[in-house]
Design a binder for this molecule. Structure first.
Ligand code: NDP
Length: 528
């Protein structure tokens, strides 16, 4: 963006960005498209590391297009990365926090300068539309800045406590939060910016050294984040970027006894496996798990129909239903039910689907063949047990033949006992049911093991009742920008309850940075 622009891109403002955002994105797209297919190393101890086996990062909108080539890391590189991070820790932890935040702020500024290049890479590898991709890069930089701001506002988490009332002694107490050591960041495919760069920034600012292991499908964005850290001058070994399958190199990193802490963002099943594995180690390490969701919207008979329909459509189908915060269940009070289903279907049928780097397309492809098949299987199951109001089919004509495109799908008449009311699908499918009362909507909304986000449409009083009773970490009322989606550091910190998250604290909020440090009390006694 031009330096004098007052526009700030966030998930709330992305729906009507200024023209300059489009022209900048298009010129970055042309530049990057002319130079695709480059091979990238891992970055371990500041060095580019290459392995015998490689893998291709392909465009899910056109799987014939190889975007970049990455190293298929093995347990050997996992061990090298842990050694490098361990070696770098003593010096980094002693680096004054003021110096650390200077470096991380510089990395965030470099990221902001590269926002269009990084946004294009992300749009291509994830299949995100341009504003979603740029929003993710902007959020990454802001998460890093917010971590710096909290460190500063908290005086580096150094606090003088009470002086002991001891006759003949001066006995003072200080509380100080200190880093743990080598911190691993494992991130999912859907927000490869914010969910790799955010925890990395938080761990670095607090004095830990980091190993970043992104999802195989979206390694490119993480590599570009690592380059921002490198170019900002973050010392060798303080951050390390590795690539390769989670089940081999990821698992090997986590099995290494020198790893002190972890931020894992991804599916419930993988997160719980890691949690159980770590439970059998010699002592408990901090394990921040940010897991899946099954996010409900509850709609009262008093709701503004248009706001509800627009908000649900955006949250159910934005990023093809592959946001952890995607709206996947809707409970509507009976009097508004038929109208809401009709209006939602009308809006859904107007969605432009196609290459997400093109301005006119709002929905792109799902991430890979596995998700494409999941969508087909869920659609088949739902067509047998419920009614498909719209969608239910993959898109196969010429424009879509080389990508994983699925039509946005609305399902009604699904029995309450059907398993897909409770299972995260992570594809563009929303199920919707009438409820006799708001209490019944609330009962069903809470009747899952997840508790990430939730949305409500209705009167102000009803919204307060909703906030009071809903079991979720991020909640929204009467929001046409998205029924269940939206997060921003310092505005809407993001995290889940129940099976959606382990810490009970939200990233980008007041209480999150402390999770990356343990407390030490220093009691100093002087006689006299
Ligand atoms: P996965 O759980 O499949 O993968 C997440 C990461 O874990 C990837 O980097 C993966 O690597 C890695 N991994 C897989 N197995 C292991 C292992 N044994 N040891 C170490 N690492 C491993 O999730 P997805 O990438 O499919 O992401 C979607 C999921 O993430 C959804 O459930 C979504 O709800 C959740 N999510 C939660 C968020 C939150 O804030 N609560 C935010 C965003 C997403 P590889 O790719 O190589 O397999």
């Amino acid at each position: 963006m031009a330096a004098d622009s007052t526009f700030k891109l966030t998930y709330a403002t992305m729906h009507n960005p200024p023209e300059e955002l489009h022209t900048n994105f298009e010129s970055a797209l042309a530049k990057i498209r002319a130079n695709l297919g480059k091979e990238h190393g891992m970055i371990i101890d500041g060095k580019e590391v290459f392995t015998a086996e490689k893998y291709e990062d392909r465009n899910p909108a056109n799987f014939d297009e190889v975007l970049a080539v990455f190293q298929k890391g093995t347990p050997k590189e996992a061990a090298l990365a842990v050694e490098a991070a361990k070696r770098a820790f003593p010096k980094w932890r002693k680096t004054p926090w003021q110096e650390r935040i200077k470096l991380i702020r510089k990395a965030a500024d470099i990221m902001s300068e590269r926002i269009f290049e990084m946004g294009v890479a992300m749009a291509l590898e994830v299949g995100k539309n341009r504003t979603e991709a740029l929003g993710d890069v902007a959020e990454t930089a802001d998460l890093m800045r917010y971590a710096c701001d909290r460190m500063e506002a908290s005086n580096g988490f150094y606090a003088e406590m009470g002086t002991d009332p001891l006759m003949g002694f001066n006995s003072t107490n200080v509380s100080v939060l200190k880093p743990y050591g080598v911190w691993v960041v494992i991130s999912p495919f859907n927000f490869p910016g914010a969910l790799t760069g955010g925890p990395t920034g938080e761990a670095l600012v607090t004095g830990n050294t980091v190993i970043m292991k992104p999802a195989t499908d979206t390694t490119w964005t993480a590599r570009l984040i690592a380059e921002c850290l490198r170019d900002a001058g973050v010392p060798d070994g303080v951050f390390n970027f590795i690539s390769g399958p989670g089940s081999s190199i990821g698992q090997a990193v986590l099995d290494n006894p020198d790893v002190a802490g972890l931020t894992f963002t991804g599916s419930f099943d993988v997160g719980m496996k890691i949690f159980r594995d770590w439970g059998s180690r010699n002592y408990v390490r901090p394990t921040i798990l940010e897991l899946g969701g099954k996010n409900p919207a509850v709609v009262s008979r008093n709701a503004n129909l248009e706001d509800a329909a627009v908000g649900i459509m955006r949250s159910a189908f934005g990023l093809q239903g592959q946001k952890c915060s995607a709206c996947s269940r809707v409970f509507v009070e009976q009097p508004l039910y038929a109208q809401l289903v009709d209006r939602l279907a009308e809006l859904t049928n107007k969605i432009n689907i196609g290459d997400p780097t093109q301005r006119e397309n709002w929905m792109g492809p799902v991430i890979n063949k596995g998700s494409y098949r999941d969508y087909q299987q869920f659609s088949e199951d739902l067509s047998q047990h419920g009614t498909i109001v719209t969608g239910g089919k993959v898109l196969t004509n010429d424009a879509y033949a080389h990508g994983y495109f699925c039509s946005p799908t609305i399902v009604t008449d699904l029995p309450e006992s059907h398993g897909l009311w409770k299972q995260e699908m992570f594809v563009p499918i929303v199920t919707i049911a009438p409820v006799p009362s708001l209490e019944d909507g609330m009962r069903r909304a809470n009747d899952v093991s997840y508790g990430l986000t939730a949305g409500f449409y209705g009167s102000q009083d009803e919204a307060e009742w909703f906030f009071d009773n809903i079991e979720a970490g991020v909640t929204y009322a009467n929001r046409p920008q998205g029924a269940t989606t939206g997060a921003w550091p310092g505005f809407q910190p993001f995290g889940g309850w129940k099976g959606s998250g382990s810490s009970g604290k939200n990233a980008g909020g007041f209480y999150y940075l402390q999770l990356y440090m343990h407390e030490q009390i220093n009691n100093r006694v002087i006689r006299g």
